[in-house]
Design a protein around this ligand. Structure first.
Ligand SMILES: *Cc1c(COP(=O)(O)O)cnc(C)c1O
Ligand code: SF4
Length: 334
């Protein structure tokens, strides 16, 4: 910002909502009318990866249900604390794929930027839960190292902002990046991987939509919903705004034990996202990250589940079942 131009501005509503997220296990249990018997374990597990969940997402959980599929995605559990063989802190080889601070390139034609370490929600299954974001944020130097890397490689047609969650960045920060990216002629597509339209739909403002709509870049937003209960009217309105602005909306999910590991849950999820103008893209097998072993669904079981989903839905509502294999040329279909 140019010195002297700072004016007192109101914090946008979404930023206030982001700041008001629930971060104390006791409060979350209280809000849901659950007993405090899980508090000690939750606090212990939250020490290595803190609890964080927006209030609007908590409002979609069923009170009194400890197995609520939305709650299970965010509540720290004792199961996270044990060491399970085969589970590591960098299961998908992200550190080996770092090309510049915050710049990951694994696949032809597209680079992924870890734009920020911040997320609106902390997903207990997240494969980046141990990622050293402080060493690897593309936006830390006003994007210059990341942009230089992209400009130097004419094969890069698509730039993916991931995270952390790129929509936790302010509009000003995003605008700065999109403008610079638009000036690189070989870049055609911008993709954002974000949970904000789902967990904090207030983020999808007319200003954000206008910014995306005005860019010459084709824009794809991949939202991350894992269960149909995540999609309520606030999410549908946010996705409507994005779709009306010409953004292509896709969903990717992680197959999670106890959350969406039935054919009904997966079929309902596909239909719920479709009703929000979002098409299913990938269903990922869990990345074997330390602390997430209790979410694992085996490959065999996953294939059977997908087969049952495919026998009830049109092809365009069946996500592609994939696993990320460190060093492979693309996400591996199963
Ligand atoms: C997952 C991922 C992508 C995106 O892969 P698509 O198959 O295009 O969705 C790109 N870069 C990196 C580093 C990734 O991990
Ligand atoms: S929003 Fe994405 S990056 Fe952030 S914790 Fe959840 S899965 Fe991980």
């Amino acid at each position: 910002m140019i010195p002297g131009t700072a004016t007192i501005r109101q914090v946008p509503a979404w930023q206030a909502e982001l700041a008001r997220a629930v971060t104390e296990p006791t409060e979350l249990l209280q809000l849901l009318g659950l007993g405090q018997e899980w508090q000690a374990a939750a606090e212990a597990a939250a020490r290595s990866f803190p609890l964080r969940v927006p209030r609007g997402f908590v409002a979609r959980m069923q009170r009194g249900n400890r197995h609520d599929p939305l709650l299970r995605q965010v509540l720290p559990l004792a199961e996270e604390l044990g060491n399970v063989p085969g589970y590591s802190v960098d299961p998908v080889g992200d550190l080996a794929a770092l090309r510049a601070p915050g710049v990951l390139q694994k696949y032809h034609g597209r680079v992924l930027l870890t734009a920020t370490g911040a997320c609106a929600v902390h997903c207990r299954y997240c494969f980046r839960r141990h990622f050293p974001y402080h060493e690897a944020q593309a936006s830390a130097d006003h994007w210059s190292a990341a942009l230089a890397h992209i400009a130097a490689d004419p094969d890069v047609e698509e730039v993916i902002l991931s995270g952390g969650d790129p929509l936790t960045l302010s509009d000003r920060r995003l605008q700065e990046f999109i403008q610079a990216l638009t000036a690189i002629s070989h870049v055609r597509r911008l993709r954002l991987h974000t949970r904000l339209p789902i967990v904090l739909p207030e983020r999808v403002t007319p200003e954000l939509c206008a910014m995306l709509n005005q860019s010459r870049l084709a824009t794809v937003i991949v939202v991350h919903a894992n269960h149909a209960n995540e999609i309520d009217s606030t999410v549908r309105s946010a996705c409507d705004l994005l779709a009306d602005s010409g953004v292509v909306l896709l969903n990717q999910s992680v197959l999670l034990r106890g959350i969406n590991d039935t054919p009904e849950a997966l079929a309902d999820l596909s239909q719920a996202v479709f009703n929000a103008r979002v098409l299913p893209y990938y269903l990922h097998l869990l990345d074997r990250v330390h602390g997430a072993a209790h979410f694992e669904v085996s490959e065999d079981e996953a294939k059977k589940l997908l087969d049952m989903v495919a026998s009830r839905l049109p092809g365009y509502l069946v996500p592609r079942l994939v696993r990320e294999v460190a060093g492979a040329a693309y996400k591996q279909p199963l």
